[in-house]
Write a protein that binds this ligand. Structure first.
Ligand SMILES: Nc1ncnc2c1ncn2[C@@H]1O[C@H](COP(=O)(O)OP(=O)(O)OP(=O)(O)O)[C@@H](O)[C@H]1O
Length: 263
């Protein structure tokens, strides 16, 4: 894994996201244990790890939503915690499980996100229309978000994250509950975004998806980075799923739950 200074030497640009020594405790529990990570600008970066690995906590701290106990984070060279407004302008976020203003319609919610970002009304109106259409939500534009399904809610939150055309998109579990056609549409949008200079960080439990979709990956477990680099560097001659199981361990022999067997 290169550090931010090597990255700067290679491309003349700072990484899209650079993390050093990021740490978070909850009581006695170490949720994130001194993580270092560089996400190159223009990469499609997967973040994978078992349940409770520290992915959401790391992404929350990296994006200014949760104050770290220690460590620093830069987005395109801007310190997230000392320059919150400037860094947040560069980012679009799809957080995991954060409540939306769900008494707004989908159209109102995305418009509100654009207006909050200081965009003019005409641009917001045009982009909302484009986003709802690209995410197959046009016919539900007037429905209250509280009445959306889980997958529709993910998609409208993604639209709100995209409206200001950020340079870095951070997506926590974006495909959870999303149907296969919508997921394919979202992947197309994200690939197009990366091909035109954006950077995407996506956390996921679906190794096959990360292997196909991402060019870089970091494996996190127990609040530490176990491996990071290009997908090919990390997986070597194995599939990403096999490598993940090797790195993380924890496969159980199927000897338990005898009471669950019918024969
Ligand atoms: N607000 C909190 N209070 C106490 N403990 C927390 C809190 N948030 C997270 N944790 C703990 O920190 C650890 C990391 O949690 P985190 O949600 O970051 O994991 P994750 O990798 O995103 O997991 P998953 O894949 O299941 O979503 C877990 O042990 C979790 O129980």
């Amino acid at each position: 894994m290169s550090n931010s200074f090597e990255q700067a030497k290679d491309t003349g640009l700072p990484p899209a996201l650079s993390i050093r020594g990021l740490t978070k405790h909850f009581g006695n529990k170490v949720a994130v244990d001194g993580i270092d990570l560089d996400v190159p600008a223009g990469s499609f970066y997967g973040l994978v790890g078992p349940n409770g690995a520290g992915k959401t906590t790391s992404l929350s701290m990296a994006t200014g939503l949760l104050r770290p106990d220690a460590g620093q984070v830069w987005v395109h060279g801007v310190d997230v915690w000392s320059h919150p407004l400037e860094s947040k302008r560069l980012m679009g976020l799809l957080p995991d499980g954060v409540r939306l203003f769900d008494r707004l319609s989908g159209e109102q919610l995305v418009s509100y996100a654009g207006l909050l970002r200081g965009m003019d009304k005409d641009t917001v109106t045009a982009r909302v229309k484009d986003l709802l259409s690209a995410l197959d939500l046009s016919k539900d534009a007037g429905t209250l978000v509280v009445d959306y399904s889980a997958g529709m809610t993910k998609k409208i939150a993604l639209a709100a994250a995209l409206i200001h055309a950020p340079k870095l998109l951070v997506l926590d579990e974006p495909f959870e509950s999303v149907d296969p056609v919508s997921a394919a549409n979202i992947r197309d949008i994200l690939h197009d975004y990366v091909n035109t200079g954006g950077t995407v960080i996506v956390s996921s439990h679906v190794m096959d998806l990360v292997q196909r979709m991402c060019d870089h990956v970091a494996v996190i477990a127990g609040g530490r980075v176990l491996a990071a680099g290009t997908v090919d560097e990390v997986r070597g001659s194995q599939s990403l799923e096999e490598k993940f199981v090797d790195l993380v361990g924890g496969r159980k022999e199927n000897t338990g739950l005898s009471w669950l067997r019918n024969s």
